[in-house]
Design a protein around this ligand. Structure first.
Ligand code: AMP
Ligand code: MG
Length: 394
């Protein structure tokens, strides 16, 4: 029997089959969830000049004990108010430019006002520059605002906008086709006969992809016959990735691999040393990367998490496309593993990580109750309670 391919090797080989897609420039307001294609530099400094961080009074630190004579008012959105001199203060609001001469702001809560005179009713400012946001204190013009490969979350978009960017160079969204096979599958919500099941993987995989920058479409419930599968594969030839679900084992009705080969597909790897998800196939068909996921719902979920999503992130321009591994303390003894890496459905909380008793790769009730996939490396000895283990949050 051919040796199973180690998990990391398979992940690496899949990424090696791909190239990040070319960049496209889009308005920053449309860039949520994309990856930055090239380093983008700040076109301005933030703040552009010293400004107040509080509503209060701008003073000279040298005069920090007061009292002061009010010599002007500085508002956000107005050019700087006139300079202040010794013994003077300017009324100032959050986000207003500091007037020349002033270097410190006293909060209005610490001041008592009498006409155009003010005095301190609390401790003097402890240091020069108190409650002042200094020019370039957040970032400077020319700094890298958004690094190539960064995921554009809401905060990154805000940073880009503040840096003066109106458009961003982002990776294009990969085109992904999802093809699910199986004579037993029926549409969501439809009544089922005992020999039928609702096609849950289709909805699940589309939902997993919806969190990434993709253009996804699906062809659902393809019949288990060569012609239907070939036709579906051909109709997706414009896609960067064709992901098939089901029909990837070696049963008589597992026709994805034969159909793929009939169309001239080149297999890169098949069968991974992992549990669940052993019968995973990857290859090239024309310009598309074909990833054939097993049909068992948990196997499909795990292989999509470890292979499909990283591939899509990589194509879309991510600099770290692999799932983030986290650490937790095991709440129970973990048995030794074989040559296959294992991904156990588990629940992580403040006490540690708990593995579900049943690890049946068809049980969606367990998968949906889990919030983590606990990783057990191949050939690992038993792990005691309290051992530090790795997991992926799901
Ligand atoms: P297969 O990989 O086609 O041998 O399928 C393995 C198991 O997964 C079988 O019990 C199938 O009925 C089930 N299965 C296959 N495709 C889907 C799907 N789209 N949704 C839910 N279960 C599926
Ligand atoms: Mg099947």
């Amino acid at each position: 029997m051919k040796a199973l391919l180690p998990l990391e090797d398979a992940q690496q080989r899949l990424i090696s089959m791909a190239r990040p897609l070319p960049a496209e420039t889009i308005p920053i307001g449309d860039a949520l969830g994309r990856y930055v294609a090239e380093d983008m530099f700040a076109r301005r400094s933030q703040p552009a000049a010293d400004m107040s961080a509080m509503d209060g009074y701008a003073i000279r630190f040298e005069d920090r004990d007061g009292p002061w004579q009010i010599a002007g008012e500085c508002r956000a959105g107005s050019p700087p108010c006139p300079p202040i001199k010794a013994g003077q203060a300017a009324r100032i609001f959050t986000g207003a430019l500091m007037p020349d001469g002033a270097n410190t702001v006293v909060m209005q809560e610490n001041i008592e006002r009498d006409g155009d005179k003010i005095r301190l009713i609390s401790e003097p400012s402890p240091d020069q520059g108190h409650h002042v946001r200094h020019a370039g204190g957040d970032f400077k013009s020319g700094d890298i605002a958004l690094q190539a490969g960064t995921y554009l979350n809401p905060a990154a978009l805000a940073h880009g906008v503040m840096a003066g960017l109106g458009n961003l160079s982002t990776g294009q969204r990969p085109k992904v086709a999802i093809l699910s096979t199986g004579d037993e599958l029926v549409a969501p919500g439809a009544d089922t006969l005992p020999h039928q099941i609702p096609a849950s993987n289709d909805t699940m995989i589309l939902a997993m992809l919806s969190q990434l920058p993709v253009l996804a479409r699906s062809i659902n419930r393809i019949k288990d016959d060569m012609d239907s599968i070939c036709e579906a594969l051909e109709s997706a030839s414009d896609c960067d990735v064709i992901v098939t679900i089901g029909g990837a084992s070696v049963g008589d009705h597992d026709l994805v691999a034969p159909a793929f080969e009939r169309l001239g597909g080149q297999t890169d790897f098949w069968k991974i040393a992992m549990k669940p998800g052993k019968p995973l196939m990857a290859g090239k068909l024309g310009n598309s990367i074909v990833l054939a996921l097993p049909g068992n719902p948990v196997s499909a979920f795990v292989t999509a998490t470890l292979f499909l999503l990283p591939l899509v992130r990589y194509l879309a321009g991510a600099n770290s496309p692999m799932p983030v591994m986290q650490a937790a303390k095991a709440c129970s003894t973990l048995p030794p593993t074989t040559q296959r890496a294992e991904w156990l459905r588990a629940k992580v909380d403040e006490d540690g990580i708990n593995v579900f008793n049943s690890q049946d790769s068809a049980k969606l009730s367990i998968l949906s109750a889990a919030n983590a996939l606990l990783f057990r490396p191949p050939n690992s000895p038993e792990q005691p309670i309290g051992a530090t283990v790795s997991y992926i949050a799901i």
